[in-house]
Design a protein around this ligand. Structure first.
Ligand SMILES: N[C@@H](CCC(=O)O)C(=O)O
Length: 227
């Protein structure tokens, strides 16, 4: 049986359906999860999708982080369940302190939408093991608050412990420190990034299929641990 990947819908999520579709296109079983549920029973991994949860009020992700479903997600992620936060999902992960740092307003003070070249900095995560460190991939980027910042000690730790997963190439679109586009926790099961891999999985919409690597990575990991 193929692994089941849950995708949470918060009020204001935008890319939840695309993430569910990407899971299916990549050969796994998608399962919609509702923000108000208090259990995520039956899923092998979770994606927090992109969008504008709670209208981005207060700060992006700051309200969604307190959704009932997050308690079970946090508990299971701390036990090693694969968890991917895409854009608004990355913002939720930082607000929930599953990942360090914060996403603040783009330095250019505008919403940025473009195909973004990235370098995969580490393949040692649940979500990047199908890539090769140093590989360059192009993934859609679209956000207003994608500027990753953390205190200098945290940035040093992320860099030193190989927890920077993706870096922007050919220009930093938002002012993120050290061109950081995505990070992981120490264990490598929780990954957050601003670009949207779920939008790069189909020939029809292209322009690359580089997003598939995220899904084949988690699939390969789950197979390895016997799910
Ligand atoms: N609401 C967030 C994320 C957008 C998205 O996830 O696509 C922002 O504008 O920064």
């Amino acid at each position: 049986m193929s692994p089941t990947i849950g995708v949470v819908t918060f009020p204001g999520s935008l890319d939840d359906q695309d993430a569910l579709r990407a899971v299916e296109v990549c050969g796994m079983t998608p399962k919609p999860l509702w923000h108000g549920s208090d259990s995520i029973e039956g899923v092998d991994a979770v994606i927090l999708p992109g969008g504008f949860s709670y209208g981005d009020y207060l700060r992006c992700g700051a309200i969604a982080r307190f959704s009932p479903v997050m308690d079970d997600i946090i508990r299971r992620a701390e036990q090693g369940m694969p968890l991917l936060g895409i854009c608004n999902g990355f913002q939720v992960l930082c607000e929930a302190h599953l990942l360090p740092g914060a996403l603040i307003r783009n330095d250019v003070r505008t919403f940025v939408c473009r195909d973004q070249l990235l370098r995969v900095e580490t393949e040692d995560t649940v979500w990047t093991n199908a890539f090769t460190a140093g590989q360059e991939i192009s993934i859609v980027l679209k956000n207003g608050e994608g500027n990753f910042q953390a205190d200098p000690e945290t940035v040093r730790r992320l860099e030193g412990e190989n927890q920077v997963v993706f870096r922007y190439l050919q220009g930093n679109p938002n002012g993120s420190v050290n061109d950081i586009a995505g990070i992981t926790n120490e264990r490598g099961n929780v990954v957050g990034l601003m670009p949207h891999p779920e939008h790069n999985v189909e020939e029809l919409t292209g322009p690359t299929l580089d997003g598939r690597g995220f899904f084949s990575s988690v699939s390969r990991f789950l197979e390895r641990v016997g799910v």
